[in-house]
Design a binder for this molecule. Structure first.
Ligand code: UT7
Length: 313
């Protein structure tokens, strides 16, 4: 493996205009703001309009990331889109995005690793740069989770939201991504899935919760060990935003103060593959993230899949 570094040089995000609060959901299904907030930390989520697709959302986020990176779309040589809610079965969301960016060079493809999709995409992008197979990669997480929701199922419809987040990962002389780890175990395929007939999300929430806490806790510890890093060196944990109780449990497991955890699940709900890049962009724009900060990403999702990344911003 070469010593070539890959670094995030731009980020951007997009959230649909429509906001659905817990109080709005109380009117649709037998639930309450208090139940949702206490069990998940969610207060509201954004919902895409009927004619707004995961490609539309990805385009908005990508243009912002390009602008921050001071790159034109012509300088992108690879696009990876992480999504479980593509606009079409094919062509891929990445190819549709390439077309919307009005570029024809390079190559583009999708990754589906459910809520871990963005970390999987980052792992792949990092390795392409290390292998000198690409220089400027657009990595996007975009989801229209509302298209998979049964609004009569209170176990799932209160949890998810729509949105997109994008980053530009570029070849660099300075360290950026320090390590990535990904994993999966398909024996859990039925605990969190999209029903083949109804095409709605079905989840055994409490089982998923327990395995998520255990897996992400272990992963956080091993990511620190693998990189010979103590918890005091970490500036920010940016975890997948599914449930604030899961996030608090991971922070506790690695003795990280809650002030160093980026939390957006209250505003965004669970946006699956979009949640980490959305949280990253939120933290950058509110002034929390500073150049040089050491960040850990951690994700867990259907499959099960899981992944982490350690990086210098
Ligand atoms: O993003 C990928 C990974 N996904 C996740 O990590 C999600 C993991 N799971 C979770 O976040 C949590 O399990 C949930 C938030 C989904 C559920 O919380 P929980 O503490 O595990 O609750 P539960 O499923 O054990 O249900 C407790 C009670 C049940 O009632 P009974 O059987 O005790 O009478 C449910 O029927 O809460 C009931 N319930 C609700 N009540 C009001 C379930 N959903 C709702 C609801 N409103 N929306």
């Amino acid at each position: 493996m070469s010593n070539l570094h890959s670094k995030i040089i731009g980020c951007g995000s997009y959230l649909p205009e429509k906001i659905l609060t817990n109080y709005d959901i109380e009117k649709i299904v037998d639930t309450s703001h208090d139940w949702i907030f206490e069990r998940t930390g969610i207060v509201q989520r954004h919902i895409a309009s009927e004619n707004e697709s995961s490609v539309d959302m990805a385009l908005h986020a990508s243009l912002k990331a390009l602008s921050m990176a001071e790159l034109s779309a012509n300088e992108i040589d690879m696009i990876i889109v992480a999504t479980a809610t593509p606009e079409r079965k094919f062509p891929s969301t990445a190819v549709l995005l390439q077309n919307r960016l009005k570029i024809q060079q390079g190559f583009a493809f999708d990754i589906n690793a459910a809520c871990t999709g963005f970390v999987y995409a980052l792992d792949v992008a990092h390795k392409y740069i290390q292998n000198k197979a690409a220089k400027n990669i657009l990595v996007v997480g975009t989801e229209k989770m509302s298209s998979l929701l049964d609004c009569t199922d209170r176990n799932t419809c209160v949890l998810f939201g729509d949105g997109a987040g994008a980053i530009i990962l570029s070849e660099s002389n300075n360290p950026g991504i320090l390590s990535t780890t990904i994993g999966s175990d398909g024996s859990y395929k039925d605990l969190l899935t999209v029903d083949i007939d109804s095409e709605f999300i079905k989840m055994k929430g409490n089982d998923v919760f327990k395995i998520a806490v255990k897996t992400m806790g272990k992963l956080a510890v091993s990511t620190l060990q693998k990189n010979n890093i103590t918890i005091n060196e970490i500036d920010w944990l940016i975890p997948h935003q599914a449930n604030s109780r899961i996030i608090n449990a991971i922070a506790k497991k690695i003795s990280l103060s809650n002030e160093k955890v980026i939390l957006t699940v209250d505003k965004h709900g669970n946006t699956s593959a979009a949640s980490i890049p959305l949280a990253l962009d939120d933290a950058y724009h509110n002034g929390s993230l500073q150049e040089g900060d050491l960040i850990m990403f951690e994700a867990f999702g259907a499959g099960f899949t899981w992944g982490s990344a350690l990086l210098k911003f």
